[in-house]
Design a protein around this ligand. Structure first.
Ligand code: ZN
Length: 402
């Protein structure tokens, strides 16, 4: 009954008490270490069966979007600083950057152009394309055909955003869906999380981002439902705009340099970057299209070296692969060599249903019945109130038994 409790003391004492609360709150926020919760001791590149792990971002905006700031050169410089190996910039409804010769290898970062197409039903990404002609008013069929004719592929963006979810059909030509879109994470976070993020931002930026991060249940449900029928790729989308508008003034906020390290797509590729633009472009697009990837909130710990694979008498597969249903299958989950004082748990899902939860760094399980199998690696992160909260560190793509 704080409202009716009489306040004793002078106004100076009340002010001092308030200040003490603020200082204690800030001190607690500053003391929460996010980077370093999980320390990866694996050498870069991991041990992945001779495969190469290629890390980077999909779905960013540059100044070729009316609502974004930052040139290709600037984004590429920041990406290089964060050691990203690839980045796919998807500006709104145009691929002018391709004509302007902006794609290329900047330092060690491969920079590619796709498109984010505004449809009447919602938003779609077109990747692996060389051109974009679809008009805003055209039916989605035109866009899907245009991408298919260029042997590109389509990923659903913002599919379950609370303001602009995808309202159309999920066409067979759609290859996958954004599981975590950082813009959706901000829009759809609870009010309490937004307040916490705003309070934390000045003193602990990483904690602020983590406050907004939540498991996007609705989009995962959609992913699982489609994956139970056919391969359907999940990706992480950073959706960086660097554009905050307040009373007609634009601010470069939140900055790419702060957002880029939050989470990454880890592609598992047959070959290492060759330095040849066309070859590396093909390598990256093929890995995404095949779902040979996992998403990780690398802010919590570098996830390089993770692997989810399966073995049958007749063959072997990794995330994204389809193996034979009905055959004895040994699935294997392996985390990189890590150090963490917190318990790491692995959840295994089959067609969206959790079938195993195990505190482990690696383990094997048997399967065989038809369905899509994927794993989430979770960890409890600290909260201001000290209780901890479970968040997903790694989302694998499924291995399918069909
Ligand atoms: Zn976007």
């Amino acid at each position: 009954m704080i409202g009716i409790m009489p306040i004793h003391g002078t106004w100076q004492e009340v002010l001092a008490a308030l200040l003490a609360c603020v200082v204690a709150f800030d001190a607690r926020l500053i003391s929460i270490y996010i980077r370093g919760i999980i320390r990866n001791k694996t050498d870069r590149g991991g041990r992945n069966y001779g495969l190469h792990e290629y890390v980077g971002l999909i779905h960013l905006h540059s100044e070729y979007s009316g609502d974004a700031q930052g040139s290709y050169e600037e984004l590429a410089r920041v990406a290089s600083e964060h050691k990203l190996e690839f980045m796919i910039i998807t500006d709104h409804n145009n691929t002018k950057a391709i004509k302007d010769g902006k794609q290329g290898i900047y330092g060690k970062t491969l920079v590619l152009t796709g498109v984010e197409s505004s449809r009447q039903e919602g938003y779609l990404l077109g990747l692996g394309i060389g051109d974009y002609q679809t008009a805003r008013a055209d039916p989605t069929e035109i866009f899907l055909s245009e991408v298919a004719a260029q042997r590109g592929f389509v990923v659903m963006a913002h599919a379950r955003n609370s303001h602009w979810p995808w309202k159309g059909q999920v066409d067979a030509r759609m290859t996958g869906v954004e599981i975590i879109d950082f813009a959706d994470q901000i829009y759809d976070a609870s009010l309490a999380s937004k307040i916490m993020a705003a309070l934390a931002f000045p003193v602990n930026r990483l904690y602020a981002f983590l406050s907004l991060y939540h498991r996007p249940d609705a989009v995962i449900e959609l992913w699982d439902a489609i994956s139970a029928q056919r391969p359907f790729v999940g990706i992480f989308a950073s959706d960086i705009h660097q554009n905050l508008k307040i009373f007609k003034r634009r601010y470069k906020f939140p900055k790419a340099k702060d957002l880029m390290p939050f989470a990454l797509n880890h592609l598992i590729c047959a070959r290492a970057p060759s330095g040849d633009f066309q070859t590396d472009r093909e390598t990256v697009h093929t890995a995404i299209r095949c779902g040979h990837l996992f998403m990780a909130v690398d802010l919590l710990g570098d996830a390089r070296g993770f692997m989810f694979s399966a073995q049958q008498d007749s063959g072997h597969g990794i995330m994204g692969d389809v193996l034979k249903a009905g055959e004895k299958t040994l699935f294997s989950v392996a985390l990189p060599e890590i150090e963490s004082r917190r318990e790491i748990r692995i959840h295994v899902y089959r067609d969206g249903k959790k079938i195993i939860t195990k505190p482990a760094r690696s383990f094997e399980f048997q399967g065989g019945s038809s369905g899509s199998y994927r794993v989430e690696v979770v960890v409890d992160v600290p909260t201001v109130w000290g209780f901890g909260r479970e968040v997903t560190w790694i989302f694998s793509n499924p291995i399918y038994l069909f």
